[in-house]
Design a protein around this ligand. Sequence first.
Ligand code: SF4
Length: 260
Amino acid sequence: MATALFDKIIFGPIKSRRLGISLGINLLSPHSKLCNFDCIYCECGWTKNNEHSTEKPHFNDKKDVLISLENFLKERAEKKEPLDVITFAGNGEPTMHPDFEEIINKTIELRNEFFPNVKIAVLSNSTMLGKESVRRALAKVDRAILKIDSAFDKTIAQINEPIGQYSLQNILDNMALFTGEIIIQTMFLRGENKGETIDNTTEKEVSAWIKVLKQVKPTQVMIYSLDRDTPLKTIEKVGKGELNIIAEKVRNAGFECSVA
Ligand code: SF4
């Protein structure tokens, strides 16, 4: 499957490996990608010069998002069809949306009205945690799933290619200000980018990353590897056996860990 954009505001529900029956919400335009990372594994393709974008990147209007969500939840509740989780993901970084907190507040109201047992999850690259309203909003959701793919800025530069200033220490300082529960999500992969070897599964990488986990104290850690087509073709999947070995190390350090 080639990389592709999510072409709707509301997508799915899909059966997620990690989350169950998941309804996706895309706060970014269905016709372009908008993110402050340019991950070499992003299923939406590159951020810069995105091959699928047909318009200038922008956010969906909050009214459009909330009307689409309300209509969907209402109809699904009437049909008594199951749902496990409402997941903010899509064509980029959801917490960059200027009305993110307001959208989360309203989503909680809609969830309480139509599916009170359904969880709300946000997949985020952690970069917007410096913004108080983002921390407040993420603290209200059931699953704030925050990406840290390495303990080293150099490796993060290779894997996530942040656009603009980035330092993991800054992310960790902002995580320390966060009052909610954190789930850390990490992609493991290896390969080559711009002539340099990338491998975040080495002993050095994994032990430094576990030190970061001890600092962040997440309630859960989710690790996974490539499953879909990637914009960079010179990277490869890490096998389930290796992921299980990493997961065991995480558990030995005292954290719950799931392998997708
Ligand atoms: S942070 Fe997520 S949306 Fe942004 S480039 Fe990486 S994988 Fe894609």
